[in-house]
Design a protein around this ligand. Structure first.
Ligand SMILES: Nc1nc2c(ncn2[C@@H]2O[C@H](COP(=O)(O)OP(=O)(O)OP(=O)(O)O)[C@@H](O)[C@H]2O)c(=O)[nH]1
Length: 470
C-alpha cells in the first residue's frame, strides 16, 4: 500500500513538474510520468493499472483547475477514465511486448534489447499522444483543431520522458520491488556504492557545461547556438563508460531535467524542439553505450573459455597448439632451442574407479597446480585431454628439458588424491623440436616416448634426441 502511494505520489509530482515546464499548452519539453508508467508496467505488469489510472484521473481534474476550464465533475471523471485508459493501454502494450522480447534474448543480445526498448518506447509514446489528444478533443477539453496541432509536441515530450527516464525508474523500482525477475538483459541496475565522489564530480562537470551552453543560447538567441547542446554527448558518454548503468541513467535524468528547467527559466521555448531532440538522441546513444562494457565482459568470458581448459585452467588444447606454432617460429628466428614434454598420470582410470570421478577431477586440478608451480613465465602448460598434459619449454634444449621432466616427475609423486592415501605418479615423453620439424611431428615423437615410458613400467621419463644429433 505504502509502495503504491509512493508510486502514485511520484507520478503526480513528476506530472506537475512537466506542466511547470510546458512551452505550449499540453506540450512539455519532456514528460517524466510517461517514463514512470512504462517502467511500472514493465516491472509490475497489470498490477500497475489501478495506480496509473488513479493518477490519470487526478491529473485530469488538475488540468481543469490549472487551465481554468470549468468542466463539470462528471465530465472530468469521464475524460479522466478515458485518458487513463488510453495512457495505460499504450504503455502497457509496449511494456508487455518489450518484456517478451527481452525474456527471449540472451545477455549478448543487449544492443537488440536496447533498440527494441527505444522503438517500443517511442511507439507507445506515439499511441499515447494520439489517443490522449483524441480523448481531450472528444470530451471537449480542447478543440479538434488544437488536437491536430499538439499531438506532435505531446508525442516528443512523452517520448523524451520514456526513453530518457524509464531505465532510471526501472532501477529505482527494482530496488523497491526486489522480487522482480532478472530480465534486464545483463544490465545491472542496482545502485553502486563505489566512488561516489568521482561520480558527483563528473555530474557537476556535465551540468556546468550544459548550463554554459544554455546561457550562451539565451544570450545570443541564434538557433545555431542552441545546437551546441549536442556536444554534451561527450560528458554523458564519459559517465556511461566509467560508471554503473544506474548512475548513467541517473546522469541522463539530471541532464534532461536541467535542460527542461533552463528552457523554461531562460525562455528558450523557440528552440524547444532542438532540446527535445538533443535529450532523445543523447539518451539513445548513451543507452547503446551501456551495452559496450557488458559486451566486453562477455567477450572476455568467451575468450577465457576458448583459451583455457575449464577444469584445470591451464591452456586449452587448441590454444596450446596455436601458441606452440608461434613459439616455434620465434625460436627459429632467434636460433634458440625449444622442447616439448608430454605427460600422463599413471593408472588414472583406477583413481576414477576407486575414488569416483569427482576425486579424479580434483586430482587433475592438483596435478596442474603442482606442475605449474615449478615453471618459468615463458613455459606453457596445456591439457591435451583426459589425463594427458603438454608442456612447451622455449629456450630449453633436450638435456635441460629431461632434467625438468625428472624434477616434475618427482613433484608429481608428492601429489595425493584428496581425502585418500593414494599418491600419484606420471610418465613423461620429452623431445627437442628439430629445426625443420613441424609441431605435429614433434608431438607424435614425444607421444611415442611417453608410450615407451608407460611400457617400461610407468613413473619414468623417456626422451628422443633430434635426428641430427643421433
Ligand atoms: N575424472 C576425470 N576423468 C577423466 C577425465 N577425462 C578422462 N578421464 C578418464 O581418465 C582415464 C584415462 O585413462 P587412460 O589414460 O586411458 O589410462 P590410465 O588408467 O591412466 O592408464 P595409463 O595411462 O596406461 O597409466 C579414463 O578412464 C577416462 O575416462 C576428466 O576430465 N575427469
Amino acid at each position: 500500500m505504502l509502495r503504491s502511494l509512493m508510486l502514485a505520489g511520484s507520478w503526480l509530482l513528476l506530472w506537475r513538474l512537466a506542466v511547470l515546464m510546458e512551452y505550449a499548452p499540453h506540450a512539455s519539453i519532456w514528460f517524466p510520468s510517461a517514463g514512470l508508467s512504462f517502467a511500472a508496467f514493465l516491472i509490475l505488469g497489470l498490477r500497475a493499472v489501478p495506480i496509473v489510472m488513479l493518477c490519470s484521473l487526478i491529473a485530469t481534474f488538475w488540468v481543469d483547475d490549472l487551465y481554468a476550464m470549468h468542466q463539470t465533475w462528471t465530465q472530468l471523471a469521464y475524460t479522466g477514465v478515458l485518458f487513463g485508459a488510453a495512457h495505460c493501454f499504450s504503455y502497457y502494450c509496449g511494456a508487455k511486448l518489450l518484456k517478451q522480447l527481452v525474456r527471449r534474448s540472451f545477455s549478448d543480445a543487449l544492443p537488440k534489447i536496447i533498440l527494441s526498448f527505444l522503438i517500443l518506447g517511442s511507439l507507445s509514446a506515439l499511441l499515447a499522444a494520439l489517443l490522449g489528444t483524441q480523448v481531450l478533443a472528444g470530451s471537449g477539453l480542447i478543440e479538434q483543431q488544437e488536437a491536430a496541432s499538439i499531438w506532435l509536441p505531446w508525442w516528443i515530450g512523452d517520448m523524451a520522458g520514456t526513453i530518457v527516464l524509464t531505465p532510471l525508474f526501472i532501477g529505482l523500482l527494482s530496488w523497491r520491488y526486489p522480487l522482480i525477475e532478472g530480465w534486464l538483459g545483463g544490465l545491472d541496475f542496482q545502485q553502486s556504492g563505489q566512488g561516489l565522489y568521482g561520480f558527483l564530480v563528473k555530474l557537476l562537470i556535465s551540468s556546468s557545461l550544459l548550463t554554459l551552453t544554455m546561457l550562451l543560447a539565451a544570450q545570443f538567441r541564434y538557433s545555431e547556438v542552441s545546437f551546441a547542446v549536442f556536444f554534451l554527448i561527450i560528458p554523458q558518454m564519459w559517465i556511461v563508460y566509467t560508471e554503473s548503468a544506474f548512475r548513467a541513467s541517473l546522469s541522463l535524468a539530471v541532464f534532461s531535467t536541467l535542460t527542461a528547467v533552463w528552457v523554461a527559466s531562460l525562455s528558450l521555448m523557440d528552440y524547444a524542439l532542438v532540446y527535445q531532440f538533443a535529450i532523445c538522441v543523447i539518451s539513445a546513444s548513451a543507452y547503446f553505450g551501456l551495452a559496450v562494457p557488458v559486451l566486453a565482459a562477455h567477450n572476455a568470458q568467451l575468450r577465457e573459455l576458448a583459451l583455457s581448459d575449464g577444469l584445470t585452467k591451464v591452456a586449452s588444447r587448441q590454444y596450446f597448439f596455436e601458441r606452440a606454432e608461434q613459439e616455434l617460429l620465434r625460436a627459429r628466428r632467434y636460433q634458440q632451442p625449444i622442447s616439448l614434454l608430454v605427460f600422463d598420470i599413471d593408472h588414472f582410470k583406477q583413481i576414477n574407479d576407486q575414488f569416483g570421478h569427482t576425486a579424479g577431477d580434483s586430482a587433475l586440478v592438483l596435478v596442474a597446480e603442482a606442475i605449474g608451480k615449478g615453471l618459468r613465465q615463458s613455459d606453457l602448460l596445456g591439457r591435451f585431454g583426459g589425463d594427458e598434459f603438454l608442456l612447451l619449454l622455449p629456450g630449453i634444449d633436450l638435456d635441460k628439458a629431461s632434467e625438468t621432466a625428472e624434477r616434475l616427475r618427482q613433484a608429481l609423486r608428492g601429489v595425493k588424491v584428496a581425502d585418500t592415501r593414494h599418491f600419484l605418479s606420471g610418465s613423461f615423453g620429452v623431445v627437442q623440436i628439430e629445426r625443420h620439424e613441424d609441431f605435429q611431428d614433434a608431438f607424435e615423437r614425444a607421444d611415442e616416448c611417453l608410450l615407451k615410458a608407460k611400457k617400461a613400467g610407468r613413473d619414468q621419463v623417456f626422451s628422443s634426441r633430434p635426428a641430427e644429433q643421433r
